[in-house]
Design a protein around this ligand. Structure first.
Ligand SMILES: [Zn+2]
Length: 495
Protein backbone atom coordinates (compact mmCIF):
# COMPACT_ATOMS: atom_id res chain seq x y z
CA UNK A 1 0.00 0.00 0.00
CA UNK A 2 2.92 2.35 0.60
CA UNK A 3 5.11 3.55 -2.27
CA UNK A 4 8.35 3.27 -0.36
CA UNK A 5 8.18 0.16 1.68
CA UNK A 6 10.25 0.30 4.82
CA UNK A 7 12.57 -2.67 4.98
CA UNK A 8 12.39 -3.07 8.73
CA UNK A 9 10.19 -2.06 11.61
CA UNK A 10 10.31 -1.87 15.39
CA UNK A 11 7.23 -4.02 15.64
CA UNK A 12 4.89 -5.95 13.38
CA UNK A 13 1.35 -6.81 14.46
CA UNK A 14 0.65 -9.89 12.39
CA UNK A 15 -2.53 -11.47 11.13
CA UNK A 16 -5.15 -9.45 12.99
CA UNK A 17 -8.44 -8.11 11.61
CA UNK A 18 -7.37 -4.53 10.93
CA UNK A 19 -10.25 -2.06 11.05
CA UNK A 20 -9.80 1.57 9.99
CA UNK A 21 -13.21 3.25 9.85
CA UNK A 22 -11.96 6.23 7.83
CA UNK A 23 -10.61 4.28 4.84
CA UNK A 24 -13.10 1.44 5.20
CA UNK A 25 -10.28 -1.08 5.62
CA UNK A 26 -11.55 -4.22 7.36
CA UNK A 27 -9.39 -7.21 6.55
CA UNK A 28 -6.97 -9.69 8.07
CA UNK A 29 -3.53 -8.26 7.49
CA UNK A 30 -0.38 -6.85 9.13
CA UNK A 31 0.52 -3.47 10.66
CA UNK A 32 4.12 -2.32 11.01
CA UNK A 33 5.28 0.30 13.49
CA UNK A 34 8.56 2.22 13.63
CA UNK A 35 9.63 5.39 15.41
CA UNK A 36 6.27 5.74 17.17
CA UNK A 37 4.30 5.71 13.91
CA UNK A 38 2.51 3.27 11.70
CA UNK A 39 4.81 2.72 8.71
CA UNK A 40 2.87 0.13 6.76
CA UNK A 41 -0.53 -1.53 6.67
CA UNK A 42 -0.91 -4.62 4.53
CA UNK A 43 2.56 -4.84 2.98
CA UNK A 44 4.44 -5.07 6.24
CA UNK A 45 8.22 -5.34 6.22
CA UNK A 46 9.52 -8.82 6.80
CA UNK A 47 12.01 -7.81 9.47
CA UNK A 48 11.11 -6.44 12.86
CA UNK A 49 12.65 -6.35 16.30
CA UNK A 50 9.39 -7.69 17.72
CA UNK A 51 6.29 -9.43 16.42
CA UNK A 52 2.82 -9.56 17.95
CA UNK A 53 0.61 -12.43 16.83
CA UNK A 54 -2.85 -10.86 16.50
CA UNK A 55 -4.69 -13.87 15.07
CA UNK A 56 -8.33 -13.77 16.15
CA UNK A 57 -8.02 -10.18 17.35
CA UNK A 58 -9.20 -6.82 16.07
CA UNK A 59 -6.40 -4.31 15.46
CA UNK A 60 -7.57 -0.71 15.39
CA UNK A 61 -6.78 2.84 16.49
CA UNK A 62 -6.66 3.32 20.27
CA UNK A 63 -9.68 5.06 21.76
CA UNK A 64 -9.72 8.81 22.37
CA UNK A 65 -11.60 9.94 25.47
CA UNK A 66 -12.71 13.58 25.34
CA UNK A 67 -13.94 13.58 28.93
CA UNK A 68 -11.85 12.14 31.76
CA UNK A 69 -11.40 13.49 35.25
CA UNK A 70 -9.18 10.48 36.11
CA UNK A 71 -5.94 12.16 35.12
CA UNK A 72 -3.69 10.12 37.41
CA UNK A 73 -1.41 7.16 36.66
CA UNK A 74 -3.93 4.59 38.03
CA UNK A 75 -6.75 6.37 36.19
CA UNK A 76 -4.80 6.04 32.95
CA UNK A 77 -4.06 2.36 33.66
CA UNK A 78 -7.75 1.54 34.12
CA UNK A 79 -8.51 3.33 30.88
CA UNK A 80 -5.68 1.45 29.09
CA UNK A 81 -7.53 -1.82 29.78
CA UNK A 82 -10.62 -0.14 28.32
CA UNK A 83 -8.69 0.43 25.05
CA UNK A 84 -7.99 4.13 25.55
CA UNK A 85 -4.69 5.61 24.29
CA UNK A 86 -5.50 9.35 24.57
CA UNK A 87 -7.47 10.74 27.51
CA UNK A 88 -8.42 14.39 27.78
CA UNK A 89 -9.91 16.52 30.55
CA UNK A 90 -12.13 18.85 28.54
CA UNK A 91 -15.41 19.33 30.44
CA UNK A 92 -14.07 20.67 33.72
CA UNK A 93 -10.64 21.52 32.33
CA UNK A 94 -7.66 22.94 34.21
CA UNK A 95 -6.29 26.34 35.04
CA UNK A 96 -3.62 27.60 34.89
CA UNK A 97 -3.11 25.38 31.84
CA UNK A 98 0.66 25.83 31.68
CA UNK A 99 1.19 24.42 35.16
CA UNK A 100 -1.22 21.52 34.55
CA UNK A 101 0.76 20.41 31.48
CA UNK A 102 4.09 20.92 33.28
CA UNK A 103 3.05 18.89 36.32
CA UNK A 104 1.79 15.95 34.28
CA UNK A 105 4.83 16.00 31.98
CA UNK A 106 7.14 15.88 35.00
CA UNK A 107 5.29 12.86 36.46
CA UNK A 108 4.80 11.03 33.16
CA UNK A 109 1.64 9.24 32.06
CA UNK A 110 0.89 5.92 30.34
CA UNK A 111 -1.56 7.58 27.90
CA UNK A 112 -1.57 10.79 25.88
CA UNK A 113 -3.22 13.62 27.82
CA UNK A 114 -4.49 17.16 27.46
CA UNK A 115 -6.67 19.83 29.04
CA UNK A 116 -9.12 22.56 28.16
CA UNK A 117 -9.15 25.89 29.99
CA UNK A 118 -11.41 25.66 33.03
CA UNK A 119 -14.13 28.32 33.08
CA UNK A 120 -15.27 26.95 36.47
CA UNK A 121 -11.84 27.10 38.14
CA UNK A 122 -11.31 30.65 36.90
CA UNK A 123 -14.83 31.76 37.82
CA UNK A 124 -14.40 30.32 41.34
CA UNK A 125 -11.25 32.38 41.79
CA UNK A 126 -12.61 35.60 40.30
CA UNK A 127 -16.08 35.52 41.90
CA UNK A 128 -15.51 33.55 45.11
CA UNK A 129 -11.79 33.97 45.89
CA UNK A 130 -11.44 30.16 45.70
CA UNK A 131 -7.90 29.63 44.40
CA UNK A 132 -7.25 27.58 41.28
CA UNK A 133 -5.87 24.31 42.59
CA UNK A 134 -6.32 21.43 40.18
CA UNK A 135 -9.40 19.31 39.62
CA UNK A 136 -9.71 18.45 43.30
CA UNK A 137 -9.89 22.16 44.12
CA UNK A 138 -12.54 22.70 41.45
CA UNK A 139 -14.69 19.80 42.67
CA UNK A 140 -14.38 21.02 46.27
CA UNK A 141 -15.57 24.49 45.23
CA UNK A 142 -18.58 23.40 43.16
CA UNK A 143 -21.07 24.08 45.94
CA UNK A 144 -19.82 27.58 46.85
CA UNK A 145 -22.77 29.94 46.31
CA UNK A 146 -20.49 32.87 45.42
CA UNK A 147 -19.21 31.36 42.18
CA UNK A 148 -22.72 30.43 40.99
CA UNK A 149 -24.03 33.98 40.94
CA UNK A 150 -24.26 36.48 38.10
CA UNK A 151 -20.87 38.15 37.41
CA UNK A 152 -20.26 41.90 37.26
CA UNK A 153 -18.88 43.50 34.11
CA UNK A 154 -15.46 43.85 35.73
CA UNK A 155 -15.46 40.21 36.81
CA UNK A 156 -16.33 39.16 33.28
CA UNK A 157 -13.39 41.15 31.92
CA UNK A 158 -11.04 39.40 34.37
CA UNK A 159 -12.54 35.99 33.57
CA UNK A 160 -12.07 36.48 29.84
CA UNK A 161 -8.47 37.62 30.33
CA UNK A 162 -7.59 34.48 32.29
CA UNK A 163 -9.34 32.26 29.73
CA UNK A 164 -7.35 33.94 26.95
CA UNK A 165 -4.15 33.26 28.88
CA UNK A 166 -5.02 29.58 29.13
CA UNK A 167 -5.94 29.34 25.45
CA UNK A 168 -2.65 31.01 24.54
CA UNK A 169 -0.90 28.33 26.63
CA UNK A 170 -2.37 25.60 24.42
CA UNK A 171 -5.69 24.84 26.14
CA UNK A 172 -7.94 22.57 24.07
CA UNK A 173 -10.88 24.96 24.12
CA UNK A 174 -12.94 26.01 27.12
CA UNK A 175 -14.63 23.59 29.54
CA UNK A 176 -17.88 25.11 30.84
CA UNK A 177 -19.60 23.60 33.90
CA UNK A 178 -22.70 25.72 33.33
CA UNK A 179 -24.98 23.21 35.06
CA UNK A 180 -23.21 23.97 38.35
CA UNK A 181 -23.55 27.77 38.15
CA UNK A 182 -27.07 28.29 36.91
CA UNK A 183 -27.35 31.97 37.81
CA UNK A 184 -24.71 32.81 35.19
CA UNK A 185 -26.06 35.31 32.65
CA UNK A 186 -26.68 33.65 29.29
CA UNK A 187 -24.79 36.61 27.84
CA UNK A 188 -21.63 35.50 29.65
CA UNK A 189 -21.95 32.06 28.06
CA UNK A 190 -22.23 33.67 24.62
CA UNK A 191 -19.13 35.80 25.35
CA UNK A 192 -17.09 32.75 26.35
CA UNK A 193 -18.21 30.89 23.21
CA UNK A 194 -17.26 33.89 21.09
CA UNK A 195 -13.85 34.01 22.72
CA UNK A 196 -13.33 30.31 21.96
CA UNK A 197 -14.50 30.78 18.36
CA UNK A 198 -12.04 33.65 17.89
CA UNK A 199 -9.23 31.40 19.13
CA UNK A 200 -10.44 28.58 16.83
CA UNK A 201 -11.12 26.26 19.76
CA UNK A 202 -14.24 24.29 20.82
CA UNK A 203 -16.24 24.66 24.03
CA UNK A 204 -17.21 21.64 26.17
CA UNK A 205 -20.42 22.20 28.13
CA UNK A 206 -22.14 20.50 31.04
CA UNK A 207 -25.54 21.95 30.16
CA UNK A 208 -27.73 24.17 32.27
CA UNK A 209 -31.01 22.59 33.42
CA UNK A 210 -33.68 21.74 30.86
CA UNK A 211 -37.01 23.57 31.03
CA UNK A 212 -38.73 20.26 31.80
CA UNK A 213 -36.65 20.05 34.98
CA UNK A 214 -36.76 23.70 35.98
CA UNK A 215 -39.41 25.82 34.25
CA UNK A 216 -37.80 29.03 35.57
CA UNK A 217 -34.29 28.27 34.27
CA UNK A 218 -32.64 31.38 32.73
CA UNK A 219 -32.35 29.52 29.45
CA UNK A 220 -33.13 25.94 28.50
CA UNK A 221 -29.79 24.11 28.68
CA UNK A 222 -30.10 22.41 25.30
CA UNK A 223 -31.46 25.47 23.48
CA UNK A 224 -28.60 27.49 24.92
CA UNK A 225 -25.95 25.20 23.43
CA UNK A 226 -27.41 24.94 19.94
CA UNK A 227 -28.37 28.63 19.72
CA UNK A 228 -24.92 29.70 20.82
CA UNK A 229 -23.39 27.60 18.04
CA UNK A 230 -25.59 29.39 15.50
CA UNK A 231 -25.06 32.88 16.94
CA UNK A 232 -21.31 32.76 17.48
CA UNK A 233 -20.07 30.18 14.98
CA UNK A 234 -18.35 28.41 17.87
CA UNK A 235 -17.96 24.66 17.95
CA UNK A 236 -20.16 23.65 20.88
CA UNK A 237 -19.70 20.17 22.32
CA UNK A 238 -22.54 18.69 24.38
CA UNK A 239 -21.10 16.66 27.27
CA UNK A 240 -22.70 13.42 28.60
CA UNK A 241 -26.04 14.05 26.92
CA UNK A 242 -27.81 11.20 28.74
CA UNK A 243 -27.05 12.21 32.31
CA UNK A 244 -28.23 15.80 31.81
CA UNK A 245 -31.18 14.93 29.52
CA UNK A 246 -32.44 11.58 30.92
CA UNK A 247 -36.12 11.20 29.88
CA UNK A 248 -35.93 14.26 27.61
CA UNK A 249 -33.05 12.96 25.53
CA UNK A 250 -35.09 12.69 22.32
CA UNK A 251 -35.97 16.38 22.36
CA UNK A 252 -32.33 17.26 23.00
CA UNK A 253 -30.99 14.98 20.26
CA UNK A 254 -33.61 16.44 17.89
CA UNK A 255 -32.35 19.96 18.61
CA UNK A 256 -28.78 18.85 17.95
CA UNK A 257 -29.80 17.20 14.66
CA UNK A 258 -31.60 20.38 13.54
CA UNK A 259 -28.67 22.60 14.53
CA UNK A 260 -26.24 20.40 12.61
CA UNK A 261 -28.51 20.33 9.55
CA UNK A 262 -28.55 24.12 9.61
CA UNK A 263 -24.75 24.28 9.53
CA UNK A 264 -23.97 24.74 13.22
CA UNK A 265 -21.12 22.81 14.77
CA UNK A 266 -22.61 20.88 17.67
CA UNK A 267 -20.99 17.59 18.65
CA UNK A 268 -22.25 15.24 21.31
CA UNK A 269 -20.96 12.54 23.63
CA UNK A 270 -22.51 9.89 25.87
CA UNK A 271 -21.54 7.16 28.31
CA UNK A 272 -23.41 3.86 28.79
CA UNK A 273 -24.46 4.00 32.47
CA UNK A 274 -27.74 5.02 34.05
CA UNK A 275 -26.16 6.50 37.15
CA UNK A 276 -23.96 9.58 37.07
CA UNK A 277 -21.37 10.80 39.53
CA UNK A 278 -20.35 14.18 40.83
CA UNK A 279 -19.30 15.98 44.00
CA UNK A 280 -21.85 15.77 46.84
CA UNK A 281 -21.94 19.56 47.18
CA UNK A 282 -23.32 20.18 43.66
CA UNK A 283 -26.21 22.65 43.85
CA UNK A 284 -28.57 20.28 42.02
CA UNK A 285 -28.09 17.74 44.84
CA UNK A 286 -29.23 20.19 47.56
CA UNK A 287 -32.30 18.85 49.44
CA UNK A 288 -34.60 21.48 47.91
CA UNK A 289 -33.35 20.75 44.37
CA UNK A 290 -33.31 16.93 44.25
CA UNK A 291 -37.03 16.61 43.56
CA UNK A 292 -36.75 18.61 40.32
CA UNK A 293 -35.12 15.56 38.75
CA UNK A 294 -37.38 13.08 40.50
CA UNK A 295 -34.52 12.16 42.83
CA UNK A 296 -34.61 11.46 46.58
CA UNK A 297 -31.74 11.26 49.09
CA UNK A 298 -32.01 7.47 48.58
CA UNK A 299 -31.05 7.99 44.90
CA UNK A 300 -27.56 8.92 46.11
CA UNK A 301 -24.82 6.46 47.05
CA UNK A 302 -21.47 7.62 48.40
CA UNK A 303 -18.50 6.39 46.34
CA UNK A 304 -16.06 4.66 48.66
CA UNK A 305 -18.23 3.79 51.65
CA UNK A 306 -21.14 2.60 49.47
CA UNK A 307 -23.52 4.33 51.89
CA UNK A 308 -26.97 4.93 50.44
CA UNK A 309 -28.09 8.24 51.88
CA UNK A 310 -31.22 7.54 53.91
CA UNK A 311 -32.50 10.98 54.87
CA UNK A 312 -32.40 14.70 54.15
CA UNK A 313 -30.55 15.21 57.45
CA UNK A 314 -27.82 12.79 56.44
CA UNK A 315 -27.51 14.47 53.02
CA UNK A 316 -27.03 17.86 54.69
CA UNK A 317 -24.44 16.36 57.02
CA UNK A 318 -22.43 14.74 54.21
CA UNK A 319 -22.49 17.89 52.04
CA UNK A 320 -20.99 19.86 54.91
CA UNK A 321 -18.46 17.25 56.06
CA UNK A 322 -16.62 16.73 52.75
CA UNK A 323 -18.04 18.98 50.02
CA UNK A 324 -15.93 17.49 47.21
CA UNK A 325 -16.72 13.84 48.09
CA UNK A 326 -17.84 11.74 45.12
CA UNK A 327 -21.37 10.41 45.01
CA UNK A 328 -23.28 8.16 42.57
CA UNK A 329 -26.54 9.69 41.33
CA UNK A 330 -29.17 7.28 40.02
CA UNK A 331 -30.62 9.37 37.18
CA UNK A 332 -31.71 6.25 35.26
CA UNK A 333 -32.03 2.60 36.28
CA UNK A 334 -29.71 0.27 34.32
CA UNK A 335 -32.05 -2.62 35.10
CA UNK A 336 -35.07 -0.92 33.47
CA UNK A 337 -35.57 -1.67 29.75
CA UNK A 338 -37.05 1.72 28.94
CA UNK A 339 -34.13 3.43 30.65
CA UNK A 340 -31.60 1.25 28.85
CA UNK A 341 -33.30 2.22 25.59
CA UNK A 342 -32.50 5.87 26.39
CA UNK A 343 -28.81 4.97 26.72
CA UNK A 344 -28.95 3.02 23.43
CA UNK A 345 -30.63 5.87 21.53
CA UNK A 346 -28.09 8.43 22.73
CA UNK A 347 -25.06 6.25 22.00
CA UNK A 348 -26.29 5.24 18.54
CA UNK A 349 -27.41 8.75 17.50
CA UNK A 350 -25.56 9.85 14.33
CA UNK A 351 -22.20 11.30 15.32
CA UNK A 352 -22.36 10.57 19.06
CA UNK A 353 -18.89 9.89 20.41
CA UNK A 354 -18.22 7.64 23.37
CA UNK A 355 -16.69 9.61 26.26
CA UNK A 356 -16.30 8.29 29.79
CA UNK A 357 -16.56 11.18 32.26
CA UNK A 358 -14.04 9.02 34.19
CA UNK A 359 -13.85 10.00 37.85
CA UNK A 360 -10.98 10.25 40.32
CA UNK A 361 -10.32 7.23 42.52
CA UNK A 362 -11.61 7.37 46.09
CA UNK A 363 -9.89 5.36 48.79
CA UNK A 364 -9.16 4.76 52.44
CA UNK A 365 -5.91 6.72 52.73
CA UNK A 366 -6.76 9.30 50.13
CA UNK A 367 -4.73 12.47 49.96
CA UNK A 368 -6.43 15.23 47.98
CA UNK A 369 -6.05 14.62 44.28
CA UNK A 370 -3.72 11.62 44.60
CA UNK A 371 -4.26 7.91 44.04
CA UNK A 372 -2.30 4.73 44.68
CA UNK A 373 0.48 3.85 42.25
CA UNK A 374 0.33 0.12 43.08
CA UNK A 375 -1.13 -2.22 40.47
CA UNK A 376 -3.54 -3.92 40.71
CA UNK A 377 -5.33 -1.09 42.48
CA UNK A 378 -5.41 -2.04 46.18
CA UNK A 379 -8.68 -3.06 47.87
CA UNK A 380 -10.82 -0.28 49.27
CA UNK A 381 -10.26 2.07 46.34
CA UNK A 382 -13.17 2.65 44.00
CA UNK A 383 -14.78 5.07 41.54
CA UNK A 384 -17.76 5.24 39.18
CA UNK A 385 -17.53 2.18 36.89
CA UNK A 386 -17.50 4.45 33.82
CA UNK A 387 -13.87 5.17 34.66
CA UNK A 388 -12.84 1.59 33.88
CA UNK A 389 -15.59 0.32 31.60
CA UNK A 390 -17.11 2.98 29.35
CA UNK A 391 -15.53 2.01 26.03
CA UNK A 392 -15.81 -1.77 26.31
CA UNK A 393 -19.38 -1.48 27.63
CA UNK A 394 -20.35 0.93 24.82
CA UNK A 395 -18.88 -1.37 22.17
CA UNK A 396 -20.79 -4.36 23.54
CA UNK A 397 -23.99 -2.31 23.63
CA UNK A 398 -23.49 -0.93 20.10
CA UNK A 399 -22.38 -4.21 18.49
CA UNK A 400 -24.53 -6.73 20.42
CA UNK A 401 -27.71 -4.71 21.10
CA UNK A 402 -27.86 -1.95 18.47
CA UNK A 403 -26.24 -4.27 15.87
CA UNK A 404 -23.81 -1.67 14.57
CA UNK A 405 -20.83 -2.98 12.62
CA UNK A 406 -17.52 -3.08 14.48
CA UNK A 407 -16.25 -0.35 12.15
CA UNK A 408 -19.16 2.00 12.95
CA UNK A 409 -18.96 1.35 16.68
CA UNK A 410 -15.17 1.76 16.75
CA UNK A 411 -15.44 5.04 14.82
CA UNK A 412 -17.37 6.48 17.78
CA UNK A 413 -14.42 5.60 20.04
CA UNK A 414 -11.50 6.80 17.90
CA UNK A 415 -12.11 8.46 14.52
CA UNK A 416 -15.02 10.71 15.53
CA UNK A 417 -13.40 12.05 18.73
CA UNK A 418 -10.19 12.73 16.75
CA UNK A 419 -12.24 14.69 14.21
CA UNK A 420 -13.97 16.61 17.01
CA UNK A 421 -10.60 18.15 17.90
CA UNK A 422 -8.99 18.43 14.47
CA UNK A 423 -9.84 22.02 13.64
CA UNK A 424 -8.20 23.16 16.92
CA UNK A 425 -5.42 20.56 16.93
CA UNK A 426 -4.37 19.56 13.39
CA UNK A 427 -2.11 16.83 14.86
CA UNK A 428 -5.27 14.90 15.78
CA UNK A 429 -5.50 14.01 12.07
CA UNK A 430 -2.76 11.47 12.85
CA UNK A 431 -4.79 9.87 15.62
CA UNK A 432 -7.92 7.73 15.41
CA UNK A 433 -6.65 6.04 12.22
CA UNK A 434 -4.57 3.03 11.28
CA UNK A 435 -2.71 4.10 8.14
CA UNK A 436 0.90 4.80 7.22
CA UNK A 437 2.02 8.00 8.95
CA UNK A 438 -0.54 7.79 11.78
CA UNK A 439 0.61 7.82 15.39
CA UNK A 440 1.13 4.26 16.62
CA UNK A 441 -1.66 4.47 19.21
CA UNK A 442 -3.12 1.02 18.65
CA UNK A 443 -5.36 -1.39 20.52
CA UNK A 444 -5.40 -5.12 19.81
CA UNK A 445 -8.37 -6.86 21.42
CA UNK A 446 -10.18 -10.18 21.33
CA UNK A 447 -13.74 -9.33 20.22
CA UNK A 448 -15.16 -12.46 21.83
CA UNK A 449 -13.60 -11.68 25.22
CA UNK A 450 -14.01 -7.90 25.30
CA UNK A 451 -16.23 -6.79 28.19
CA UNK A 452 -16.43 -4.35 31.09
CA UNK A 453 -16.19 -5.71 34.63
CA UNK A 454 -16.44 -2.59 36.81
CA UNK A 455 -19.60 -2.25 38.89
CA UNK A 456 -21.17 0.49 40.98
CA UNK A 457 -19.82 -1.16 44.11
CA UNK A 458 -16.47 -2.16 42.65
CA UNK A 459 -15.57 0.51 40.12
CA UNK A 460 -11.89 -0.28 39.69
CA UNK A 461 -12.19 -3.72 38.08
CA UNK A 462 -10.40 -3.40 34.75
CA UNK A 463 -12.12 -4.40 31.53
CA UNK A 464 -11.19 -7.69 29.84
CA UNK A 465 -10.20 -8.50 26.28
CA UNK A 466 -7.49 -5.94 25.50
CA UNK A 467 -4.42 -8.02 24.62
CA UNK A 468 -2.02 -5.28 23.52
CA UNK A 469 -2.09 -1.50 23.75
CA UNK A 470 0.51 0.71 22.10
CA UNK A 471 0.91 4.41 22.84
CA UNK A 472 3.28 6.20 20.47
CA UNK A 473 4.60 2.76 19.48
CA UNK A 474 5.43 1.71 23.03
CA UNK A 475 3.54 -1.18 24.65
CA UNK A 476 1.59 -0.17 27.75
CA UNK A 477 -0.19 -3.57 27.75
CA UNK A 478 1.56 -6.60 26.25
CA UNK A 479 -0.05 -10.06 26.19
CA UNK A 480 -2.70 -8.74 28.57
CA UNK A 481 -0.13 -7.59 31.13
CA UNK A 482 0.38 -3.97 32.13
CA UNK A 483 3.94 -2.62 31.91
CA UNK A 484 4.29 -0.68 35.15
CA UNK A 485 7.22 1.34 33.80
CA UNK A 486 5.52 2.45 30.60
CA UNK A 487 4.81 6.18 30.50
CA UNK A 488 4.92 6.99 26.79
CA UNK A 489 2.01 9.47 26.96
CA UNK A 490 2.58 12.81 25.25
CA UNK A 491 0.68 16.07 25.61
CA UNK A 492 -2.07 16.98 23.15
CA UNK A 493 -2.01 20.77 22.88
CA UNK A 494 -3.50 23.42 20.66
CA UNK A 495 -1.69 26.29 18.96
ZN1 LIG B 1 -20.45 16.92 33.86
Amino acid sequence: MTEHLPTSADLIIRGGRVIDPESGLDEVTDVAVAGGRVVAVGDAPTEAAAVIDAAGCIVTAGFIDLHSHAQTVPGHRLQAFDGVTTTLELESGESPIASAYARVAAEGRPLNYGFSASWAAIRMEVLAGHPRNGLHGTFAGLGLPAWQRSASAAERVRLRALLEEDLAAGGLGVGILMGYAQETDPEEYTEVARLAATAGRPTWTHARDLVEVRPDVLRDGAEEIVRTAAETGAHMHYCHVTSTSTHHVDRVLGLIADATAEGGTVTVEAYPYGAGSTAINARFLAPDQLGLRGLRPQSLVMVGSGERIDSVERLVELRAADPGAAVLVEFLDDGNDAHRAILRRALSFPGTVVASDAMPLVGPDEVAGHAPEEWPIPPGWTTHPRTAGTFTRSLRLLVDEVRESWADALARCSLLPARTLESAVPAMADKGRVRPGADADIVVFDPTALRDRATYLDGTRPSEGVRHLLVNGRAVIRDGVLDLDARPGRPVRAG
